[in-house]
Design a protein around this ligand. Structure first.
Ligand code: T3D
Length: 211
C-alpha cells in the first residue's frame, strides 16, 4: 500500500499490481494506519483511493485461503479487517474519492463502492465475484448494492457474478462517473483537490446525514 499526501489529498494506492492488488493480510494493517492518519492529520482534507497497474483490486487473495477446507470460517477476518475498514471509510469525517483504474472484483468491488464519490476508467469493470466461489457478497455489498442500483440489478450482480462495465455502473447509479482511461487520474486528482479545498467539517456532516 502506497500512501502520499499533497495539496490536502491523501492518496492511498493498493500496490500488488501483479495480482491485481488482491488483498493479503499485511495490507489491512497498512490501510488501518493510513485511515487513522487521514482522520487525525488536519493537513489531510480528502482521501483518494486507487490501484496500481491494470486492476483496481481483485478482492481477497484466494491463495491465502484453502477454499476446499469444509471448516474454513471466513467470518473472523471479515469482522476483524474488512468490515471495520469499510465502516471507517464511510464514517471518516472527510470526503473519500475512488479512482477505479481497472477491474474491481469481490471485496475490491465493494471497497470501491464504499467511497463517497467513485470515478471509473471506461475500461474498468465491477464483478460481485463472490458466488463464483460460493460466498455471499461481503464488505457492505448486500446493504449498498440494492440501495445504489435497485434490487433487480443487485440480485443479478450477486447471483450471476458477471462483469458490469464502468459505463453500465454509471448508468445504474453504482458510481458517480465513468471517464476515458487516459483522463482518469487527472480527473480523480482534480476532484479530490476540489474536495480538499471545500468545507471539510460540513462534508463530514453531509456524509453522516446521507448515510
Ligand atoms: O477470505 C475472506 O477473508 C473472505 C472475504 C472474501 C472477499 C472476497 O473478495 S471473495 C472474492 C475474491 N476474488 C475473486 O474471486 C476474483 C478472482 N479473480 C478473478 O476472477 C480474475 O482475476 C479477474 C476477473 C478479477 C481478472 O481477470 P484477468 O483475466 O484480467 O486477470 P487474471 O489473469 O485472472 O489475474 C492476474 C493475476 O492476478 C493472476 O496471477 P498470475 O497467474 O499472473 O500469477 C491471478 O491469479 C491473480 N489474481 C487475480 N485475482 C486474484 C489473484 N490472485 C489471488 N487472489 C485473487 N483474488
Amino acid at each position: 500500500v502506497l500512501v502520499s499526501t499533497a495539496d490536502g489529498v491523501m492518496t492511498i494506492t493498493l500496490n500488488r499490481p501483479e495480482k491485481l492488488n488482491a488483498f493479503v493480510a499485511a495490507m489491512h494493517g497498512l490501510l488501518r494506519e493510513a485511515l487513522t492518519r487521514a482522520e487525525e492529520d488536519a493537513a489531510v482534507r480528502a482521501v483518494l483511493l486507487t490501484g496500481a497497474g491494470r486492476g483496481f483490486c481483485a478482492g481477497q487473495d484466494l491463495a491465502e485461503r484453502d477454499m476446499n477446507d469444509p471448516n474454513l470460517d471466513l467470518g473472523g477476518g471479515l469482522e476483524a479487517n474488512y468490515n471495520p475498514f469499510i465502516r471507517r471509510l464511510r464514517s471518516l469525517p472527510k470526503p473519500v474519492a475512488c479512482a477505479v483504474n481497472g477491474v474491481a472484483a469481490g471485496a475490491g468491488a465493494n471497497l470501491a463502492l464504499a467511497a463517497d464519490l467513485v470515478l471509473a476508467a471506461r475500461s474498468a469493470s465491477f464483478i460481485q465475484a463472490f458466488s463464483r466461489i460460493a460466498l455471499v457478497p461481503d464488505c457492505g455489498g448486500t446493504y449498498w448494492l440494492p440501495r445504489l442500483a435497485g434490487l433487480q440489478r443487485a440480485m443479478g450482480m450477486a447471483l450471476l457474478a458477471g462483469r458490469v462495465p464502468a459505463e453500465d455502473a454509471e448508468r445504474w447509479g453504482l458510481i458517480w462517473k465513468c471517464v476515458d482511461d487516459d483522463k482518469l487520474m487527472d480527473e480523480a486528482s482534480a476532484l479530490a483537490r476540489t474536495l480538499a479545498a471545500g468545507p471539510t467539517h460540513t462534508y463530514g456532516m453531509i456524509k453522516k446525514a446521507l448515510y
